[in-house]
Design a protein around this ligand. Sequence first.
Ligand SMILES: CC(C)(COP(=O)(O)OP(=O)(O)OC[C@H]1O[C@@H](n2cnc3c(N)ncnc32)[C@H](O)[C@@H]1OP(=O)(O)O)[C@@H](O)C(=O)NCCC(=O)NCCS
Length: 163
Amino acid sequence: MTDYCIRNTEEEDFVKIADLAEKCSPMVTERNSIYHIFTKFFKSTSLVVELDSGELAGFLLGFVSQEDPEEAYMHLLCVDPKIRTRGIGKSLVEKFFEAVSLKGCKKVYLITKPINWKSISFYRNLGFLEEKKGNIINIMGASAIRNYNGMGEHMVVFYKYIE
Ligand SMILES: CC(C)(COP(=O)(O)OP(=O)(O)OC[C@H]1O[C@@H](n2cnc3c(N)ncnc32)[C@H](O)[C@@H]1OP(=O)(O)O)[C@@H](O)C(=O)NCCC(=O)NCCS
């Protein structure tokens, strides 16, 4: 397979991230302005996978909580379908953990849709646990928080402590 590197975002990456996000269903897509905020203001906790050809083939956009600096949040994660299941998603998550650990974080959160069974398997495999507190609804074997993102938008909330 082509060689690649994982690096922090540069501001102009947001355009390529927006293009790649179109291939990341069922992950949500955002307006370009949201990707731009991450690549400009959250560079140190936002990562891209760059192939030797210069093509951008994955990204993880996240940040450290301003409310609790010991907590971090992974907002979006995607690996190009043509290079999936080769450990690249796992490497992105590990690099994010390293980055936020250096900033003093002890816990990482993310949310995913209960229908996104691939991502649920992926995160469970990496040792993330599902939040079981609150108004829980079981959907396809996953524990989702009812109406987490508004009426009818039940979401699985995952967390993992940084060792
Ligand atoms: C989820 C996603 C990022 C995984 O990326 P990836 O590069 O294919 O994952 P990896 O190859 O690093 O897999 C890491 C581990 O998860 C497991 N895994 C990955 N995809 C899986 C799947 N579809 N079903 C079950 N397990 C899976 C792998 O077997 C691997 O386990 P191992 O370390 O024991 O070998 C990728 O499928 C993706 O981009 N999906 C679309 C976007 C999305 O849903 N993002 C998450 C929600 S925000």
